[in-house]
Design a protein around this ligand. Structure first.
Ligand SMILES: [Zn+2]
Length: 402
């Protein structure tokens, strides 16, 4: 076994050294002779190379012509681990590799091999095995290890600086014409039938949803706005978009509005230093119900993730229970976040089978019980998450026809 010594410097102006840029055989020769001489090898690492996703770059380089790209951003490859894990060789591209700006996730659906890397972490044993299996030479592997270790050590300076930054501001955006606070309409004793029906719809969502102070309504009939409940999107006191929910069940689309990219609903809670947890949910009503943060969808962008991570608080993801939130869970796992499964745990699940989201849970059980159901069933252990996800999918099957 080779011992490789890597020296690095804290100085970000580290001089770029051509030494490592030479071809692999040349480096290997030097390492070989060094080994014989029992001498330290100095392998400078330039700061620029640390800014990219160097683990993905290495995988990318060694998988030429052996992969299929999917629109989801995943790359499918023939799993290099199946044989060593007792399966027959994979020829059906069953291993998915998912890169993001600062992480890589690897997951084989055949042998169950699963590993990954996130900026700021060292390389795990499984990942090294994977890299070797796709043909990354030992010398390059040592360099990757050194780079990951360097970033791990300097999390405050270069190491953890995520390539995606939290959004700093959002442009102001107009509301539907005539929109005013529900409270204002109430104060004026508005007796418009449409307004009263919108207010009735709001009350039907339960106290925890209804007591949010910022709902709006307009008598304008454009886009059927008079039959919709308006939720303004706010950021640092300014209105930056809105969502308008139809109160009539048959109306499509159910939601109209405008959402700026990378926005998080109810983001004011991210500034509350007293909070220990951030409950991350899909919908705006869910966020209101639990005073959590809403994605307004089931995908998480890198900048949204950076925003959440910048708070330093523990994030618990509660995906909608009917979609089983697979995609959102994958993303949550990249950042080591917890995922809650209030509908599948134990002999007696916390939520009844027909409760599919946080808003409905608070309507039925109240906010405290719902919050407790989330905390008690949250886990960041990826093996536990995999099992629960499967349970939940089975559990969800019979509900699909509803
Ligand atoms: Zn496999």
């Amino acid at each position: 076994m080779k011992s490789i010594f890597v020296l690095w410097t804290d100085d970000p102006r580290t001089v770029y050294n051509d030494f490592y840029n030479q071809t692999h055989p040349a480096v290997a020769d030097q390492l070989g002779s060094a080994e014989r001489l029992n001498k330290e090898i100095i392998m400078p690492i330039d700061a620029a190379s640390l800014r990219g996703n160097f683990i993905w770059d290495a995988i990318d380089r060694h998988l030429v012509g052996k992969r299929r790209r999917r629109s989801s951003g995943f790359t499918d490859i023939n799993c290099p681990m199946c044989v060593s894990r007792g399966e027959s060789a994979d020829r059906r591209y069953r291993c998915g590799v998912a890169p993001s700006a600062d992480s890589v996730g690897i997951n084989c659906f055949n042998c169950g091999f699963k590993t990954g890397w996130t900026r700021g972490r060292r390389l795990g044993r499984d990942l090294k095995e994977f890299l070797r299996a796709i043909g990354v030479p030992e010398v390059e592997l040592a360099r990757l290890e050194a780079m990951a270790a360097l970033m791990h050590r300097h999390t405050g300076s270069i190491g953890a600086s995520p390539t995606a930054l939290p959004p700093s501001s959002f442009p102001a955006a107009p509301l539907p014409s005539g929109a005013r606070s529900i409270h204002d309409w109430l104060a004026e004793d508005c007796e418009e039938p449409d307004f009263l029906e919108v207010a009735t719809y709001l009350l039907s969502r339960g106290d925890d949803v209804a007591k949010w102070p910022s709902y709006m309504w307009t008598p304008s009939t454009k886009d059927g706005m008079n039959r919709r409940l308006i939720l303004p999107f706010m950021h640092e006191g300014a209105i930056v978009g809105y969502s308008a929910r139809a109160i009539d069940a048959e109306v499509q689309p159910r939601y109209l509005g405008s959402k700026p990219p990378d926005y998080l609903f109810n983001n004011a809670v991210l500034r509350l230093r007293s909070r220990k947890y951030i409950v991350l949910v899909e919908g705006a009503f869910d966020a209101i119900a639990i005073d959590g943060v809403g994605l307004l969808g089931s995908t998480l962008t890198d900048r949204q993730a950076a925003w959440l991570r910048s708070t330093g608080q523990t994030v618990i993801v509660v995906p909608d229970q009917d979609t089983a939130g697979g995609k959102l869970i994958d993303m949550a796992q990249r950042y080591g976040w917890s995922v809650a499964f209030p509908r599948t745990i134990g002999s007696r699940p916390w939520w009844d089978g027909d409760v599919k989201d946080v808003a409905e849970a608070t309507r039925r059980y109240g906010r405290l019980w719902t919050l407790r159901s989330i905390l008690e069933t949250a886990t960041a252990d990826e093996r536990v998450i995999a099992v629960r996800l499967r349970l939940q999918q089975q559990f969800t099957e019979p509900c699909k026809s509803r």
